[in-house]
Design a protein around this ligand. Sequence first.
Ligand code: UGA
Length: 452
Amino acid sequence: MDTLEVAVVGAGYVGLSTAAALVACGHRVWVVERDAGRLEDLRAQRVPIREPHLAELLFAPSSQVCFTADLGAAVRASSVVVIAVGTPPTPSHGADLSQLYAVLEGIAPLLDESPRAIVVKSTVPVGTHADAAATLRRLAPQASFAVVSNPEFLRQGRAVRDAVFPDRIVVGADAPWAFGQMRTVYSALLEGRAALPATLETQRPASRPQWLEVSPHSAELAKYAANAFLAMKISFVNEIANVCAETGADIDEVVSVLGGDARIGADFLRAGLGYGGSCFPKDTRALSTMAAKSGYDFRLLRAVIEVNAAQRYRALERLERALGGLRGRTVAVLGLSFKPDTDDLRESLGVDIALELAARGATVRAHDPVAAQAARGVLPSGMAVSDDLEAVLEGADGFVLVTEWREYLHADWAGLGARMRQRVALDGRNALEPALMRAAGFTYIGIGRATP
Ligand code: UGA
């Protein structure tokens, strides 16, 4: 009774993870993608992005999914249309909504008197739902539809897990029937009866998702607020780590005390070089700009952004001091993707740090177990980029660990150190064991970790 036809427009990590969750809920899902290569991959049961569990769910024998370029067929068949296209940043820190409006213009002529929920999953500035509804109304005055804001809180690398086990499902709508329709979309998740493979079933949390019906304005703002808050936690802990470094306190110990308070929460308190990726940098800047445009100076958020921008350079200064200058030194940059288990290089701290070290006169060799190939297109052609850790460290004077790939955590640092000219380690994620690194002959620099 609960089975719906749902169109998901956009086969990026949000669209595909959402589609996977909807398939697990038992719906018939049309994934609409205009990129021919991506579509061909999906039709051949190849997942075009690195995201655990996607293939298992999308290509399960029971899965009722169809990959198509035909927006018309998908929308005509569906009572719910989920838009999950990119909203990349504009040079003025706004959101580029051209892909969203292109989809709305494509959808409008297909709408008719049968009611459809047009669900915006992409992260969009507050008020976009009203502009989207006005656009559809102008192009399809007779059509029956409701524009719904249904933000996602998916982390790359855990997106499918987050999609099937959300903490909360947020639905912003003006029309009461739209809330009912969205409840049907998610009923299997809300009632804990989605069909999941054993690999996911074992990760099922104890509690069911919270169901939150709010206004579309609130839903749109809540997405930015959630990311800004998490970014604030990271900048806060990084500032505490900097105070630790100046005062002799130890960030690991301080965080164990902080995180032990349920009101603060232990998550997102890992000190390091700062946050990167396709979401936090873009969304914090967009919210700050949005607030400024509305006449409000969001001072705390501006500070979060400033602290994040400065953090990486502060750490590099410590490396520079330990090496007695960077000119003529060879430094390895370990980790280029913005976090482990993804090959995404957007707002990559590793890339930024590699460029900065080179600008300060170091010879840079960059390493990433997964994103090395992609990074070659981003880093200067003369810079060595490899997925071979031994080769990258051979004869180097030091390294900066930027992304905490498992490969680094379990490396034989004594053996690798023996290949280096000098052993200086800047652990930009506090991911290595300081005592082991020192025992392996390294001068170890952490972020706010006390030096015995
Ligand atoms: C983030 C949010 O966590 C998701 O909830 C949200 O849905 C998503 O953005 C989005 O807006 O689409 P994501 O960018 O995939 O997800 O990555 P995170 O795991 O949140 O990490 C972001 C950055 O923060 C990384 O560079 C990571 O290294 C850094 N970080 C994270 C820290 O420096 N310290 C921490 O304690 C946690």
